[in-house]
Design a protein around this ligand. Structure first.
Ligand code: ATP
Length: 381
């Protein structure tokens, strides 16, 4: 899709995350692996699958074939592993992965995260993590005077290296002189490819602005290389205006001047933290979607809500399904089914605008009511 075409996009369409790096191949049927996982994951994934089935039936343009996998903490506690041994070969047969959440009070978070979510993202080369954030109609930002349209960002998170590269270790465990290291790994290739991806995202949005975030005053090696590589890549995108922020100052700017930001590029850890702040500023973590993309399309990409397992509300019917609906819409964009993606987001936005929202957004509806209202909007298409 060319930048010229993009200038005519609707508000909803502005949130497409299709990278021009590798265009999608249209199909009449797509195979989707669904991994509901733990906590509220199964509740929001069930709602999203119901919505997607209704949408594809209504539009009658393409099919989605779902296969559900029971990979999660229950499986880990029974078998000692979150997945079967051949899970990567299994997943490579699919066009996309719809993921709920992983994490449980019965297993330390670093075991569950590395046992399932990171065990998928890293080997499948899903190096671009994309997190659109905006205030949906009918919902409110906790920031005074911040209206829908004032906060409209896409955060691009480097998803394969940095602080989550998994390198480091512990010696003399349990002794007073125990030592633990956590190495941040930054490669020129890794920074270059995510910078190209982020500039493509920025170029395909109307404001064509990119802010990149590092901490190169204090961290004088990896972060300085990040700055250098991003500035080099910027030369290929003369139509995108670029600025740089240190991560600490960035938190202040996000709160005090949200309108000044559009596309945000940051390292794995920085973007992880900033996107939770972004979700809260946009109203709730219950609406925030994320996509783990392999922009080369050699491997399936994975779509999930940003939130975790939320055991405090699991089984109560209170989980906000909007983040999962939004990520399902991003999945449709990625598959090249933009018309369906836009219709889905329109149905979600109309539901929010009608005040049918869950408690985290100040409403009284439960998961079921929100899902039914979105289904109702889909049937009106
Ligand atoms: P994890 O360790 O898996 O990240 P967590 O419970 O620490 O899980 P979140 O799941 O992100 O972290 O939850 C943080 C808070 O936000 C909890 O109080 C939770 O109830 C609330 N929350 C998260 N997701 C939703 C949602 N979809 N709808 C409503 N509230 C949510």
């Amino acid at each position: 899709m060319s930048a010229a075409n993009d200038t005519n996009r609707t508000t909803t369409n502005r949130h497409r995350i299709n990278s021009p790096i590798s265009p999608p191949t249209p199909k009449s049927s797509y195979k989707i692996a669904s991994i509901p996982g733990d906590g509220i994951g199964p509740e929001v994934i069930a709602a999203a699958v119901e919505i997607l089935k209704a949408l594809t039936k209504k539009l009658s343009k393409f099919k989605l074939e779902f296969t559900e996998f029971d990979w999660g903490t229950e499986r880990f506690l029974k078998t000692g592993s979150y997945t079967p041994e051949d899970y990567l070969e299994v997943l490579r047969e699919f066009d996309a992965i719809l993921f709920g959440s992983v994490g449980s009070p019965s297993v330390p978070d670093h075991i569950s995260l590395w046992g399932l979510r990171l065990a998928i993202c890293q080997p499948l080369q899903q190096y671009a993590n994309v997190r659109p954030t905006r205030i949906l109609p009918g919902t409110k930002s906790p920031l005074a005077n911040c209206q829908p349209g004032d906060l409209d960002w896409v955060i691009v998170r480097e998803n394969s290296e940095g602080e989550y590269a998994g390198q480091g270790g512990r010696s003399h465990v349990g002794c007073d002189h125990e030592v633990a290291t956590e190495l941040s790994i930054f490669t020129r290739t890794g920074v270059r490819r995510i910078a190209h991806f982020a500039f493509n995202v920025a170029q395909n949005r109307p404001r064509k602005m990119l802010t990149y975030v590092t901490k190169s005053n204090a961290q004088r090696n990896g972060m300085v290389m990040w700055d250098e590589v991003v500035q080099e890549v910027a030369k290929d995108y003369p139509d995108v205006s670029v600025d740089h922020m240190l991560v600490d100052a960035m938190t202040v700017r996000m709160v005090l001047n949200p309108r000044s930001l559009d596309t945000i590029l940051a390292t794995n850890l920085h973007a992880d933290i900033l996107s939770d702040l972004a979700a809260a500023l946009a109203g709730s973590i219950g609406i925030a979607p994320t996509a783990n993309l392999d922009p080369t399309r050699k491997n399936p990409s994975m779509f999930e809500p940003i939130h975790g397992s939320a055991f405090d509300i699991t089984g109560l019917g209170l989980a906000n399904p909007v983040a999962t609906f939004w990520t399902a819409s991003e999945m449709l964009h990625w598959l090249g089914e933009s018309e369906a993606a836009i219709s889905l987001m329109d149905a979600v936005e109309k539901t929010c605008a009608a005040g049918i929202v869950t408690k985290d957004l100040g409403g009284k509806a439960g998961t079921k009511q929100v899902t039914e209202a979105v289904l109702g909007e889909i049937l009106k298409l």
